[in-house]
Design a protein around this ligand. Structure first.
Ligand code: UT7
Length: 336
């Protein structure tokens, strides 16, 4: 059995910065509310017509990760792509990345799992590398939220939070079992599936034909819905549990953590976790202030920025943790 390790990271965000004040000119919200409740100051939105999609942003992040990994695109054995905002209903973006990067005909897998998507994707890549089946796996998390948000007062609790962007990692075989990804931990609780969801179009409750037939300008079924306070309460519990689970599995303590990179859902959630584990500001990486919640892209964007800022060093214990729609949650314990 091998371990896997991250050998290259990259991220891409669109140039278009949308501040809280920009939003308050378009909808019923204000900078004070957004900052106080979420910590977000600004986010990036793709300008319609600029050509960026979930796939193209993922490709841009992937190119940087591949270059930094010092490998060739033809060394990639498998692609895993996590998103809740794919370019097409089907096929998923994994194959579009294979095409756009001109990678040979390797397998491409699409992962849902929303805010936990990148953690799930890393876990999948890790298993393939552990068994020896693949040596280098490209893992991408990318989201284009801004084209699908309800910018009316009805949707403001959700639409001020989400932002666009992408992050990517190259996972590669590590023969030293004390290094790289030590363990991954995944969970789900589908009982709360609709508490953070986008119901339509779906083949279950709301078919495309229903939407067309109804032609209802007030239809909210195709906008994301979140029961914010309920999600928040579950998030703080599950984040804590899954971090503890990962540490215990490796006989580690929270004092061993050099850097925690939490999914950027809400600065208040990160601060709660920081306090619970008695971590310093330097031990928790947050960039939600600049990008909002970019769902499956948030951890790879944050991890890339942390690495670029020299906050991830050889030998460090790095913990990734996420919670989101599904509900799904998970953690990754890494000896860098
Ligand atoms: O990434 C996946 C996981 N996601 C999370 O973990 C997010 C968890 N939840 C949260 O972060 C918070 O619940 C939110 C930031 C989404 C919302 O904060 P909240 O403190 O739970 O606010 P709320 O939804 O209870 O709304 C409080 C008030 C309401 O007004 P009333 O009824 O008290 O008069 C809302 O209408 O704030 C109002 N409100 C807003 N006001 C200005 C809601 N959204 C906005 C807004 N601007 N954007």
């Amino acid at each position: 059995m091998y371990n896997s390790k991250i050998i290259g990271l990259g991220h891409y965000v669109p140039d278009n910065v949308v501040t809280n004040d920009d939003l308050s000119r378009k909808m019923d919200t204000n900078d004070a509310w957004i900052q106080e409740r979420t910590g977000i100051k600004e986010r990036r939105h793709v300008v319609p017509g600029d050509g960026d999609t979930t796939t193209t942003m993922g490709v841009k992040a992937a190119k940087i990760a591949i270059e930094r990994a010092g490998i060739d695109k033809d060394d990639i054995d498998f692609i895993v792509f996590a998103t809740l905002s794919p370019d097409y209903y089907f096929p998923g973006p994994g194959v579009l990345v294979q095409r756009d990067l001109g990678i040979k005909t390797v397998g491409a897998l699409d992962v849902r799992n929303q805010c936990s998507g990148f953690v799930y994707a890393i876990s999948i890549a890790d298993q393939y590398i552990k068994t020896g089946m693949y040596k280098n796996v490209l893992v991408i998390g990318s989201e284009l939220h801004s084209h699908g948000l309800d910018m009316t007062t009805r949707g403001r609790g959700v639409s001020v939070i989400f932002g666009d962007g992408a992050g990517a990692a190259i996972l590669s075989r590590e023969e030293d079992n004390s290094k790289g990804i030590l363990s991954t931990h995944l969970h789900s609780e589908g009982q709360h599936a609709e508490e953070l969801s986008l119901i339509a179009p779906g083949m279950g409750k709301r078919w495309v034909t229903d939407i067309i037939a109804d032609n209802d300008p007030n239809d909210e079924s195709y906008f994301p819905y979140m029961n914010g306070q309920f999600v928040f309460k579950n998030a703080v519990v599950r984040f804590s549990e899954v971090i503890i689970e990962g540490l215990e599995k490796n006989k580690l303590k929270s004092t061993d953590i050099n850097l925690l990179v939490p999914h950027q859902a809400n600065l208040r959630i990160s601060q709660f976790i920081q306090k619970k584990f008695k971590l310093t500001d330097d031990q928790v990486f947050n960039n939600i202030m600049k990008y909002g919640n970019t769902t499956a892209a948030s951890i790879p964007i944050a991890l890339t920025e942390a690495w670029e800022e020299g906050k991830v060093k050889d030998g460090d214990l790095v913990v990734l943790a996420a919670f989101g729609s599904g509900f799904t949650w998970g953690s990754v314990i890494i000896r860098w």
